[in-house]
Design a protein around this ligand. Structure first.
Ligand SMILES: Nc1ncnc2c1ncn2[C@@H]1O[C@H](COP(=O)(O)OP(=O)(O)OP(=O)(O)O)[C@@H](O)[C@H]1O
Length: 208
């Protein structure tokens, strides 16, 4: 369950942003639409605890995350939040499976090799599990970034423009994959985008 209330954030440059309230029950997903520069990524970073709001609250798993210290927030994120970044950063010299293990190491989460293999199977990446990341195609890299985001079995999955550079078929595949994984893990999925093609897959949408 995710709720946000009266969120606002001001950058040092003076750009001041205010956000509408969000309330998601368990198993509910949300698409946040908006033109370039309205604050979509800022809102995603607030919900992921990467930025602290100037005002307002964000509650996830009964915790008001805006109150947490940086260290506690990092631990909380490791346990409860998975983020699919617009531009994923991998350890290029490691294999697919070792990139997932590295994330789990840093978030102090344990997942058996069988569970990781099963996640990679779902994401159609299992045959690449021992390949170096630098040898993956763009689509495979994107599926790996989803695998990494899901590997800590988060309660909240945040995805920043996951379909922006994809054709219609791959955009549909990525969104249906994120939605089905969110259902399986009983997580809330929040996608931010300016891509109106994916609106039809979400029952709940807000426009910034
Ligand atoms: N680090 C920063 N310092 C100063 N201003 C920033 C910073 N990051 C974003 N902004 C400003 O805050 C506003 C919202 O930016 P944000 O990236 O959240 O928008 P967005 O809707 O995600 O845009 P896009 O779709 O282009 O990624 C913009 O006016 C942007 O210029």
């Amino acid at each position: 369950m995710l709720t946000t209330q009266n969120l606002s954030y001001t950058y040092a440059s003076g750009t001041a942003l205010k956000f509408p309230d969000i309330s998601l029950e368990e198993d509910e997903d949300l698409l946040i639409l908006g033109a370039s520069g309205v604050g979509k990524t800022t809102l995603l970073h607030l919900m992921g605890g990467l930025l602290k709001p100037d005002s307002g609250s964000i509650t996830l798993a009964n915790q008001g995350i805006q109150k947490l210290s940086q260290r506690k927030m990092d631990t909380f994120r490791g346990e409860h939040i998975g983020i699919v970044f617009q531009k994923a950063i991998f350890i290029q010299s490691l294999s697919v499976i070792d990139n997932i293990k590295a994330k789990l190491f840093f978030t102090e989460t344990t997942l058996s090799t069988e569970d990781i293999t099963s996640l990679l199977t779902t994401l159609n990446l299992v045959d690449k599990k021992d390949s170096l990341v630098q040898k993956l195609s763009e689509g495979q890299k994107q599926r790996l970034s989803i695998a990494i985001a899901l590997s800590n079995k988060p309660k909240l999955i945040l995805a920043d423009e996951p379909t922006a550079s994809l054709d219609d078929l791959n955009a549909k595949n990525v969104i249906t994959l994120l939605l089905s994984e969110a259902r399986k893990q009983k997580a809330n999925l929040v996608v931010i985008t300016h891509d109106h093609r994916i609106k039809e897959y979400f029952s709940k949408t807000i426009e910034l």
